[in-house]
Design a protein around this ligand. Structure first.
Ligand code: NI
Length: 204
């Protein structure tokens, strides 16, 4: 069997420097986000939710116990931010190679009125074959968003089916026990995200 070439072998030196700088900035952001006493701080983020997955199966946060998860909240009709961030999540999982297999990419909708089970199944499949898509009743989605301190609100629109949603845009790396490991801001570089996740998986 041919060995996979090391993913960094073809990378020019400046690219490595950019990733290292991005990783340092990410670590600083995570430390700030999770500082003691912060609104979203400490290991409290995460917690109980009851939702339905993209196959129509009822799930809770305990369903995924024992697995690392990379969680993003958004909505399938989102024109730009959500697709960009989900692409980053998918690229980070792939950049981790074999280590990525122990990581479950997860998309939780903030727009359950339009994001049905069937729609989410199509949507998450666009990004990654293992991506989980979760929806539920409005009350269930509110509960999940509260657990992750996610802000969202429907924008006023004349078109009842064409509205946009405002929403916070963080990607949460959750530990196998369901507590927060780290958080990534929007526009994180996929390689920097992968590097930070690799460190977390290694227990560093
Ligand atoms: Ni979005």
């Amino acid at each position: 069997m041919a060995e996979r070439p090391a993913p960094t072998s073809a990378r020019p030196p400046w690219a490595t420097i950019v990733v290292v700088i991005a990783a340092v900035l990410l670590a600083a952001f995570a430390a700030w986000y999770m500082r003691p006493g912060a609104a979203g701080g400490g290991g409290e983020l995460g917690g109980a939710f009851s939702l339905t997955d993209q196959d129509g199966k009822a799930v809770t946060n305990d369903t995924y116990k024992g697995k690392w998860r990379l969680v993003y909240f958004g909505y399938a009709f989102c024109p730009d931010v959500c697709p960009t961030e989900l692409q980053t999540v998918a690229e980070a999982v792939e950049a981790l190679g074999a280590d990525g297999a122990q990581l479950l990419p997860m998309f939780i909708t903030v727009d359950p009125a339009r994001d049905t089970v069937a729609r989410l199944k199509d949507y998450v499949g666009l990004f990654h074959p293992r991506m989980v898509g979760l929806t539920g009743t409005e009350a269930q989605v509110i509960q999940a968003a509260r657990a992750y301190r996610v802000y969202y609100a429907k924008q006023p629109s004349a078109d009842p089916d064409g509205y946009l949603m405002d929403h916070s845009s963080f990607t949460y790396l959750m530990k196998p026990d369901g507590t927060l490991s780290t958080v990534f801001p929007a526009q994180t570089d996929p390689d920097a995200m992968a590097a930070a996740i690799r460190q977390a998986l290694a227990g560093k």
